[in-house]
Write a protein that binds this ligand. Structure first.
Ligand code: TLP
Length: 343
């Protein structure tokens, strides 16, 4: 029996139909701006995000880092939630590539408020770092796929405007947030100067992300992308997969969410597993196993032995993520395996 891989939604393999469009994609040299498939993807993304322009990039990390570089100068400070992806999983890039520091704020399930941000803003004193950028994440990965409540964003935007700060959204899983909340991407993106979105997670593409922003910002971003080594050539073969994912795999994300919910409800309380069901809003399940008989390494090994892969996500925490390659039968089997191991 095949392994049920719940380590991440990044593990999906392109479907046969996706591979076909990749094989048949029209291509050109994108550093010359001549790849028609990349150009089509960028136009599509700009339209979907309701932003002036978009740029195809290699990864979510590259998308975030290009945007951060584009908004800041060395010595600036980024206000973000303490569990922001770019603080923990991007190899220290904000310091290494942009020479900036973070002002992490402890959020409630990944959500920070305008009031918290207002209190963290630096005054105009020469020895303070310059507050320059507010970065939010939707859905919030470390918080367990939590949706950033739309109504919290306008007051943050208002504050940013008053103080001349830019706003960036890490929207690696914005598609999930929108599918779950019944909102359009532009309902969120209208409040941001830049947004990064991923095709290689819930949408099932093998590679690729994009950033959206104004014409001027994206022109600047194109230069930074080249500087970071991300200028690609006949990238249409991968852009085609992203187009396919946008067209065919966005609406189905609600299935992943239903699977995550089913898994979480079945496992909560089993053998001491603790899952905060209020955070299971999209495709991520965070399991605290502190009160079970197993440690994280022992649980991962035992689950793997039975055919389920999950990620370590803290000293006593596991993460399970549902995606395109996990169907209802796999969820049922995963529940049975977890029950066997933890009971
Ligand atoms: N997240 C990965 C790991 O890095 C943890 C995962 O398996 O969830 N923003 C967010 C919110 C992300 O979750 C990720 C990837 C990224 C950015 C970076 O994307 P990539 O991996 O394409 O650089």
């Amino acid at each position: 029996m095949s392994l049920i891989d719940l380590r991440s939604d990044t593990v999906t393999r392109p479907t046969p139909a996706m591979r076909r469009v990749m094989a048949e994609a029209e291509v050109g040299d994108d550093v010359f701006g001549e790849d028609p498939t990349v150009n089509r993807l960028q136009d599509m993304v700009a339209e979907i995000l309701g932003m002036e322009a978009a740029l195809f990039v290699a990864s979510g990390t590259m998308g975030n880092q290009i945007c951060i570089h584009g908004h800041t100068q060395p010595g600036d400070e980024i206000i973000c939630e303490a569990g922001a992806h770019f603080l923990h999983y991007e190899a220290g890039a904000i310091a290494a590539l942009s020479g900036v520091q973070a002002r992490p704020l402890a959020g409630q399930h990944g959500v920070i408020t305008a009031r918290q941000i207002a209190e963290a803003l630096r005054g105009d004193v020469y020895y303070f770092p310059r507050s320059r950028l507010i970065a939010l994440e939707n859905t919030h990965n470390l918080a367990g796929g939590v949706i950033f409540p739309l109504e919290e964003i306008p007051p943050i935007r208002q504050l940013a405007k008053q103080h001349g700060l830019a706003m960036h959204l890490d929207g690696a899983r914005l598609w999930n947030a929108c599918a779950a909340a019944g909102l359009a991407p532009r309902d969120y993106t209208q409040y941001f100067d830049s947004v990064s979105v991923c095709f290689s997670k819930g949408l099932g593409a093998p590679i690729g992300s994009a950033i959206g922003g104004s014409q001027a910002f994206i022109a600047k971003a194109r230069r930074i992308r080249k500087m970071f080594g991300g200028g690609m050539r006949q990238a249409g073969v991968i852009a085609a997969a992203a187009i396919y994912g946008l067209q065919h795999h966005r609406e189905r994300l609600v299935e992943d969410h239903a699977h995550a919910r089913r898994l979480a409800e079945a496992l909560q309380g089993q053998g001491g597993i603790a899952i905060d069901l209020t955070t299971v809003q999209t495709n991520i399940v965070i399991l605290n196993i502190a009160n079970t008989k197993l440690t994280v390494p022992a649980a991962i090994a035992a689950l793997q032995q039975e055919g389920v892969l999950v990620s370590p996500f803290g000293a006593t925490v596991l993460r399970a993520v549902t995606h395109l390659d996990v169907d209802g039968a796999a969820i049922a089997r995963a529940i049975a395996i977890f029950s066997k191991i933890f009971s």
